[in-house]
Design a binder for this molecule. Structure first.
Ligand code: TYD
Length: 201
């Protein structure tokens, strides 16, 4: 089982990942929780280049760095875990690139999707949970954490609006579950569980 969590910054992905990880572990599954960018040692270095290095990163370079992180992540961590029968939970996967680099950064959405799919050898998640919030609300929530914004988080509201709209467009695919991230934490978790239970059976 390969499950990914998506959404713009500030929608509460980590909280829901924590809850689902606890549920699946209690049910006796071996869970491998991971994230992008930075799910591997090499990925941590790429993450630093993408988010914390000073100076400009050209949009196509940004897209390729995310794809490079992902290619290594899939080959060395995700695929081996799936082959060992583990449940893989990832905080972001290639839909992030399509939404952020394709739509928000205004590269071609289809081109970014093709590059991402090439990077991962066509590995598509069984389930993608999209936590949805309007961009202004998500930004406010993110700012409340008090954590210094990284390079991407410094973008303006219209950047996140484009990313959100693209996520919602992509969510027509049956592998998506869209949940209103303004709902109470436990209500969101119950909706996630309903869908995960279908995969388990
Ligand atoms: P994330 O780790 O979710 O941020 P945080 O550590 O603050 O929770 O992701 C880092 C940023 O990278 C986030 O702003 C979204 C962005 N991103 C992309 O633009 N494209 C991608 O393919 C991925 C995976 C993330």
């Amino acid at each position: 089982m390969f499950i990914t969590f998506e959404g713009i910054d500030g929608v509460g992905k980590s909280t829901q990942l924590d809850l689902l990880e606890t549920y699946l572990t209690k049910r006796g599954h071996e869970v491998m929780r991971t994230m992008e960018p930075g799910g591997t040692d090499l990925g941590q270095e790429i993450r630093h280049l993408l988010l914390h290095r000073k100076g400009e990163v050209a949009p196509r370079s940004e897209a390729l760095l995310y794809a490079a992180d992902r290619a290594h992540h899939v080959a060395t961590k995700i695929l081996p875990a799936l082959e060992a029968g583990k449940v893989v939970l990832s905080d972001r996967y290639f839909d992030s690139s399509v939404a952020y680099q394709g739509a928000a950064r205004e590269l071609e959405v289809d081109e970014v999707r093709d590059i991402s799919l090439w990077a991962v050898g066509g590995l598509i998640p069984d389930l993608t949970i999209l936590l949805d919030l309007p961009a202004d609300v998500a930004i406010q929530r993110r700012n409340k954490t008090g954590v210094e914004p990284d390079r991407l988080e410094k973008e303006q509201v219209d950047f996140f609006e484009r990313a959100r709209d693209e996520y919602l467009r992509r969510a027509n695919e049956p592998r998506f579950l869209v949940v209103d991230a303004a709902a109470p934490i436990d209500e969101i978790h119950q909706k996630v569980l309903e869908r995960v239970k279908l995969l388990e059976s």
